[in-house]
Design a protein around this ligand. Structure first.
Ligand code: ATP
Ligand code: MG
Length: 247
């Protein structure tokens, strides 16, 4: 039957059915994207806890280090708890923002991945001249640092690999820089880098940067990058800026 034969009433009825199935598709698409994001969020703390267990086994003679590892593991477990709660309540606010020192969060993120730095002979150059305290959802910011560090690690060369991390206060904002001398990001990806599912990795989900941007947006911050694949000048630099005393 062609649409010409339908009465206005029948057309209206069809239209509302089409609208209903469109809404259902939209809900499904959102649920799918959300499930991917949740999986990604769960994976990072799990990997971190795994690493911390490994580290603790190797460093069991060093009580202070063990204590620090346990503290980091606890933070990650809290994060898992938050994700579980968040999943149940479908993205309800997780917890309160608290005053946190970005330098401590960065040190934690670096410690969590320390085993990969030593396994891949990566030189880490840190520049944290002063504490930078701001109101943030600490678990989320830790996740952003962790995502950026993992991306750098994945891109770094086998020799002379360097990762730079700098945190400082500039005016009313905390500035974080994470850079690497890795392979760089192809220019064709620059425009869509923060969109979900953009990945060049066989085991990547392409959610890391999308999620990181969402977290930084939520904190009313900015995230930018520059990258080059020109041999000899290759590398990537991410710059984050967070307002101090907000969340
Ligand atoms: N520092 C970097 N150096 C080179 N390429 C990078 C860097 N950071 C991101 N990329 C590129 O951007 C893509 C998207 O990164 P993103 O973190 O969003 O996803 P992913 O790392 O592929 O997967 P995952 O969801 O597990 O993080 C990566 O696949 C990689 O190609
Ligand atoms: Mg990633």
């Amino acid at each position: 039957m062609s649409y010409d034969d339908l009465t206005a009433e029948e057309l209206k009825e069809r239209l509302s059915r089409v609208e209903e199935s469109l809404r259902r598709c939209e809900r499904l698409a959102i649920a799918g994207r959300y499930a991917g994001a949740v999986m990604h969020e769960v994976n990072n703390p799990l990997e971190a806890i795994n690493n911390l267990v490994y580290l603790t086994q190797r460093e069991s003679h060093d009580a202070e280090q063990v204590r620090r590892n346990m503290h980091d593991a606890e933070t990650q477990l809290e994060r898992l708890g938050e994700i579980a709660r968040k999943t149940l309540s479908y993205y309800r606010e997780e917890s309160e923002a608290k005053d946190s020192n970005l330098v401590e969060l960065a040190e934690s993120a670096l410690r969590i991945h320390a085993h990969r730095f030593s396994a891949n002979s990566v030189t880490v150059r840190k520049h944290f001249p002063q504490p930078v305290v701001t109101r943030v959802f600490a678990g989320e910011i830790l996740q952003v640092f962790s995502n950026l560090i993992l991306n750098a690690l994945d891109a770094l060369p086998e020799s002379n690999a360097v990762l730079w991390m700098r945190i400082r206060m500039l005016g009313e904002r905390g500035h974080i820089m994470i850079a690497d001398n890795g392979r760089g990001i192809h220019p064709s990806m620059h425009k869509t880098l923060f969109e979900p599912y953009v990945t060049t990795k066989s085991s990547g989900t392409g959610i890391g940067l999308w999620l990181s941007k969402r977290i930084i947006d939520k904190h009313r911050g900015t995230i930018r990058f520059r990258s080059s694949q020109v041999p000899g000048r290759n590398g990537t630099i991410f710059r984050l800026s967070l307002p101090l005393g907000q969340a």
